[in-house]
Design a protein around this ligand. Structure first.
Ligand code: FAD
Ligand code: SIN
Length: 516
């Protein structure tokens, strides 16, 4: 059994920023980060476009960023939250720069600001097309210098420990020793990121399996707006399954056109903002075009753009295309929409508090009210930075009294049981991913959702039974968590009666569905 003051689950931008700030404030308190893969592995690491922050007060304003966010969220954002996040952005950027993160500048020394879908101005602060990698690098380096922070990589949190609606810590599986341990903490922070691998075809890395949301659900925390799955319009199309390489929206901000196979610039038919309409509209338009044509993908045309400037801003994208046989100066890039982000999640207030005492949550696993029915591009890193600091400020208040609940904790049962057949888990995961793509994709139908719910409940029962009699592994928990998240998405999609933002549901299909 391990005792710590602050237990942080996840080492993306949300978890690391909170860890760093709380450890600086309380050098005598213990901060423990558990993270299920390498310390830097996270959705954060793959962020390309950048962070949306108002820095150029001549052209831009907080009001414009607020309005863009509200329009994008299609009436479901919490306006007070939007104002708070947008106006706190510049302070968080200053801190990131102080921690050593480098952002691209123009020859005049001002920040080079990119543009993405739904933004009325250039306001996206970036480090080439590898912004997330740079942020993760800089914060992690600071974290490693703090003596009171312990980073436990390859440690998988399986469940929260609760009593009287209060969180006391978590159960953690050490992937190297296979030891299951109890971590008791005054405060627990879930910063476990997204859910991409539930869909299989996703821009997310394999860590994104919704673990934190599923743990919070089992601990009876409030979970909301799970139906708002964001599909990014432009993932590099490859016939094989699995993670998909992202072609940043900033490429369209740089002037690229979307075309059908026949060359038609179809976004002109759908929205006056054309290629820079918000993500929900572009993904839904591509989906419709593909259903009409029967083609496998649409194309991003960069052939008219300044090649040298492109290579400077997007070196990773340029090289990825080249390695895949696409010379962007001559060839169009084949693209399809892919799961990218979850707008809903664990409900938190403006201090990151969940409905369970002493349990906080931050980042992509949360529902703060910022995104509403569709997240504005590059508002996610911003949200994680703002909320991790707000949680820190709340907990740093010297007058705060932390509720202590005592409970007799029994060490987890680590007695050897039969291992679960990994082939069984792989096959069920593939079936689950296929079901989610077919029945809970960009456009959904009531009958498909009802069928999916029935299937998911059967799988949940089946896998829970197996868990009682077999040795528990992280792959087992990931699958259980993904089935739980799938059930939440499907159930909340059935409940929602009105199409908004990224959520589109009909009674029955008017076009033949494409195979996933
Ligand atoms: P993550 O960064 O995903 O971190 C989650 C952490 O939790 C990981 O360390 C993971 O290993 C750990 N974890 C998960 N489950 C467990 C468990 N059971 N036990 C222990 N540890 C666990 N947003 C923007 O604002 N701008 C962008 O330009 C942008 N580009 C993107 C590009 C790509 C390809 C992707 C995938 C996302 C992009 N996003 C972007 C979204 C953004 O990167 C994420 O939403 C954000 O980084 C999430 O941060 P986080 O800290 O909440 O979660
Ligand atoms: C991108 O670079 O297109 C991703 C930006 C985001 O998800 O906010």
């Amino acid at each position: 059994m391990t005792n710590t003051n602050y237990l942080i689950i996840g080492s993306g931008v949300a978890g690391l920023t909170f860890a760093l700030r709380i450890a600086e404030q309380f050098p005598n308190k213990k901060v423990t980060i558990v993270t299920k893969a390498n310390a830097d592995e996270s959705n954060t690491k793959y962020a390309q476009g950048g962070i949306a922050i108002v820095t150029d007060k001549n052209e831009d304003s907080y009001q414009k960023h607020i309005e863009d966010t509200l329009i994008c969220g299609d009436g479901l954002c919490d306006e007070a939250v939007v104002k708070m996040v947008v106006t706190e952005g510049p302070k968080r950027l200053k801190e990131l720069i102080e921690w050593g993160a480098k952002f691209d500048k123009n020859s005049d020394g001002n920040l080079n600001l990119g543009k993405e879908g739904g933004h009325s101005e250039n306001r996206v602060v970036h480090h080439k097309d590898q912004t997330g990698h740079e942020i993760e690098r800089a914060i992690l380096m600071q974290v490693y210098q703090k003596e009171n922070i312990t980073v436990l990589d390859h440690h998988f949190a399986t469940d929260l420990i609760t009593a009287e609606n209060c969180c006391l810590g978590a159960i953690v599986l050490d992937e190297k020793t296979k030891q299951i341990s109890t971590y008791l903490s005054d405060i627990t922070l879930l910063a476990t990121g997204g859910i991409g691998h539930l869909y299989g075809h996703t821009t997310n890395p394999v860590i994104a399996t919704g673990d934190g949301i599923a743990m919070a659900y089992r601990a009876h925390a409030d979970i909301k707006e799970m139906e708002f799955i964001q599909f990014h319009p432009t993932a590099f199309y490859e016939a094989s399954t699995g993670s998909k390489f992202l072609i940043s929206e900033a490429v369209r901000g740089f002037g690229a056109y979307l075309r059908t196979k026949k060359g038609h610039r179809f976004m002109i038919d759908y929205d006056s903002r054309e290629e820079l309409a918000s993500r929900d509209i572009v993904s839904q338009s591509i989906d419709l075009e593909l259903k009409k044509s029967g083609d496998d993908c649409v194309y991003l045309d960069c052939t008219h753009l300044d090649l040298e400037a492109f290579k400077k801003h997007f070196p990773m994208i340029y090289n990825h295309c080249l390695k895949s046989g696409i010379d962007i100066s001559k060839d169009w890039i084949p693209v399809v929409p892919a799961q990218h982000y979850l707008c809903g999640g664990i409900v938190v207030d403006t201090n990151g508090k969940t409905s369970v005492t002493n349990l906080f949550a931050c980042g992509e696993c949360t529902q703060t009210g910022l995104h509403g029915a569709n997240r504005l591009a590059s508002n996610s890193l911003l949200e994680a930075l703002v909320y991790s600091s707000r949680i820190y400020e709340y907990l740093a208040n010297p007058n705060l009294k932390i509720k202590i609940v005592k409970k007799e904790i029994l060490e987890s049962d680590t007695a050897k049981k039969t291992e679960i057949d990994s082939n069984y888990l792989d096959v069920l995961k593939a079936k689950l991913q296929h079901l989610m793509r077919q029945n809970a994709g960009i456009v959904r139908y009531d009958t498909d959702l009802l069928n999916a719910k029935e299937q998911l409940l059967k799988w949940k029962e089946e896998i829970e039974k197996i868990g009682n009699t077999h040795q528990i592994s992280s792959s087992y928990y990931e699958l259980l968590n993904m089935i739980t998240i799938g059930t939440l998405i499907v159930s909340q999609s059935i409940e929602r009666q009105e199409n908004r933002g990224g959520f589109v549901k009909f009674k029955a299909p008017s076009f033949a569905k494409k195979k996933s």
